[in-house]
Ligand binder design. Structure first.
Ligand SMILES: Nc1ncnc2c1ncn2[C@@H]1O[C@H](COP(=O)(O)OP(=O)(O)OP(=O)(O)O)[C@@H](O)[C@H]1O
Ligand SMILES: [Mg+2]
Length: 351
């Protein structure tokens, strides 16, 4: 069906052919009585302010609808992408020196990416994201299951191989958290979307520092809350087997919980971070210097034991931060505080 065909049929007919398109029209504010009009007539009748408020452009609505339907059809026929491994084949650092690296990652692997500001951590994640084929500044190559990826892997939307969690989440449509999650669950053709929404929401609230509700508009979420929502969404619903996380520590999200959640889903996780504690959560860490991978360090048993203790320090420090954040004054005995920090915390599952 072409864009033109779509525009000229009554909405009621379109919905018989593509029932899942109902959400598209609901968001645009279609009253259930108006389904006899053609798609084109409906788009033309929409109030300009309403379209502006949704962050949409009238002339693009047809294309959007077409893309939405195309993606859904692809989803219905396709399976979630699966893979055995990705292999990162080294390129060059900023001075053109060869990296001489061949790193294989499998589902369940968590690899941190550390290095000073500007060293090239985000570049490395971007190389994975675009499945670089020597065509990025680093000259790196990615192999999927040991082979150069073929065209079919460059799928958009839900079938993407790679999900990226970046600091900036731009929600274009002003819908509530509930509507956003329902839309997403429906678009994945989840059978019990209500249960999926409840699961993602409770997970997101667990991760976010500040609580929010299902009725909160997504555009009113703070950076940390929207990050938490996206992490929960990726963990619970996304089919992407590779997850890239850039600088999770600035987002006010419970990092440890977020990571545990993603690891449980047997995904390959690459995590760029400035936070040493977070870096130690990975089984390995890539040390980036001057644009190149200078070293790959496996997290040692000593480090894991240290991490356990450092986490209890971290928790105590977080409590202090929270108190200041909530407008309280600090007044405590430092020696007592330090003693409390090193007292065995006894948190199971920390190692
Ligand atoms: N191997 C490389 N060859 C050429 N340019 C590179 C290479 N690696 C990184 N760069 C470039 O260096 C710049 C800084 O890299 P990037 O943004 O990845 O740093 P970063 O480690 O993420 O920094 P920050 O910690 O501030 O986020 C970018 O313009 C990036 O494209
Ligand atoms: Mg960066």
């Amino acid at each position: 069906m072409t864009d033109r065909d779509l525009l000229h049929i009554p909405i009621a007919l379109l919905l018989i052919r593509h029932p899942y398109a109902k959400d598209f029209f609901t968001i645009l504010g279609l009253p259930s009585t108006a389904r006899q009009v053609t798609v084109e007539a409906f788009f033309a009748s929409l109030d300009q302010d309403h379209i502006d408020n949704l962050g949409l452009i009238r002339e693009e609505l047809g294309l959007r609808l077409e893309a939405f339907i195309a993606q859904m059809e692809k989803l219905k026929s396709g399976k979630a992408p699966t893979l055995q491994s990705i292999t990162l084949c080294g390129g060059r650092d900023k001075d053109g020196r060869l990296e001489n690296i061949r790193l294989e990652l499998r589902p369940g692997d968590v690899v941190s990416v550390v290095g000073p500001t500007g060293s090239g951590k985000s570049r490395l994640l971007a190389d994975v994201e675009c499945l670089a084929q020597g065509d990025t500044p680093s000259g790196r190559h990615l192999l999927i299951d040991g082979q150069a990826p073929d065209e079919s892997l460059w799928l958009g939307g839900e079938q993407r191989l790679v999900a990226q969690l970046s600091q900036n989440m731009n929600f274009v449509m002003d819908v509530s958290v509930r509507e956003f999650l329902t839309l997403h669950a429906d678009s994945r053709l989840v059978t019990d979307s209500e249960a999926a929404v409840a699961q993602i929401f409770s997970t997101a609230v667990l991760l976010a520092g500040e609580p929010f509700t299902l009725d909160t508009p997504v555009t009113a979420l703070s950076g940390g809350q929207s990050r938490a929502l996206m992490i929960a969404d990726v963990a619970c619903l996304s089919a992407s087997p590779i997850v890239l996380i850039d600088e999770i520590e600035n987002a006010g999200v419970d990092r440890r919980k977020a990571l545990d959640l993603l690891v449980k889903q047997e995904k390959i996780v690459l995590l760029a971070t400035h936070d040493p504690l977070l870096a130690l959560l990975g089984q390995r860490r890539l040390v980036i210097r001057n644009g190149g991978i200078a070293d790959i360090i496996a997290t040692s048993d000593v480090e894991r034991t240290l991490l356990h203790k450092l986490n209890s320090f971290d928790r105590k420090f977080s409590e202090l931060r929270d108190r200041v954040r909530h407008g309280q004054r600090l007044n405590f005995d430092l020696d007592e505080f330090l003693a409390e920090c090193i007292r065995p915390a006894g948190h199971p599952g920390e190692d």
